[in-house]
Design a protein around this ligand. Sequence first.
Ligand code: MG
Ligand code: ZN
Length: 383
Amino acid sequence: MYKYLFFIFFATGFQSCYSQQEDNITGDEEKIINQSFTNTNFHDVGNYVSPKGKKVKNIILMIGDGMGTTQVQAGFTANKGQLNIQNCPVTGYAKTSASDNYITDSAAAGTAFACGVKTYNGAIGVDHEGTSVETILESAIRHNMKTGLVATCRITHATPASFIAHQVSRNMYEEIAEDFLKTPIDLFIGGGRENFDNRKDNKNLLNELSSNGYTVVTSTDSLEFVSSGKLAGLIHKGDQPRVSEGRGEMLGIATRKALELLDNENGFFLMIEGSQIDWGGHDNRTDYVVEEMLDFDKAIGQVLEFAAKDEQTLVIITADHETGGLAIINGSTESGTVEGAFSTRGHTSVMVPVYAFGPSSELFQGVYENNQIYHKMITAIGF
Ligand code: MG
Ligand code: ZN
C-alpha cells in the first residue's frame, strides 16, 4: 500500500515537472534549473606528497555529503582550476545503493562506511534487520585510539550519527544524542545542541557530558580555548548556517582543533563531514554547492598537510551519494565562473569518487561497493 502511494506521488510529480518543461518555461524556472555563479573567494592550494610504505597509525575519513564528480568539478572551476583534493595520488569509485533502495540516503551510506554493511535508508549503525553493528569508531576506541567527529550540520545528523549511534531511524535525534554518552569519544564538533539540552525527557545531557570529563563549548570562537582533554563542541542550537550566512571558518577551526587534540602515540580515527554540499544540491543552487565544496576543500588542504608531515596517516575523501543530478554546462577557470544545471531535487545513484592519500592508499583503487571502504580501512589499520 505504502509503495503504491509513493508511486502515485512520484508519477504525479514527474508529470507536472514534464509539462512545465515542455510548454511553460518561465524565467524563474530557468533560473532554478540553470544557475551561474562566479567565485570571488579563492583559496590557496598546497602541493602535498603522499607518503608510502609506513604503517597506518591514524585514519581520517572525509565525507563530502552529496559530492559527486560534478560537485568536485564545480569547485575546481570556481577555484580557478585547482583544488587540494587533486593532491591525492589514488582514486577509485564507490557504488552507493542501499540494501532496500537503488538510491541511498546519508544514513545507509554513513552506516556502510562506519560498519561495513549495506543497510536500509534511514538506518543509523544498524544492519538491514535493525541489529546494532560495531562501528569503526567504536573499534578504534577498543584499540586504545583516540576518536573524533566533525560536521557542518547537527552532530546528531545521519552522517556523523552513523559512526557512534545505533538507532533504527535517523529521525531519532534525541536517542542519537544519548548514544554520544555511551561511547567515550574524545571530540565532537557540530550543531544540534538542542538535542542534548532541550529534550522531551527534560534531561540535560550537557551536564552529563561535563561530569563525564568533557569541556562543553557552545561557540566556534571558544573552540580555540580548549587545549587538552575531551571536547564536546555543540556550537549551534540546531542546524548550522551555510558558510556565507554565519558559519564562516568553522570547519577549518574545528579541523585544526581536532588534529591538535587527537594526535597521540596510539593513533586516532577522525571523520570530518562537509555536510552542506548536499543541501546546495537539494536547493538546486550552484553558488551554495560551490561555497560548501570550497570550504570542504580548504579542510582537505589542512588534513593533507598534516598527513604529509606525519607520514603515518591514511586519508580517504569520498561522498555518500551525489545530490541534485548536477551537470556543469559552462564555466571558466580564468574567472572562476561555473554554470550548473540540476536534474533533480533529490539524490542520484551515480558512483561517487574516492580519493586516498598516505600509507595503504593503494587499497582504494578500483570500483567497489561503498561498504568496502570500511573493510579497506580495517585492513589498513590492521584491526
Ligand atoms: Mg550528511
Ligand atoms: Zn541529501
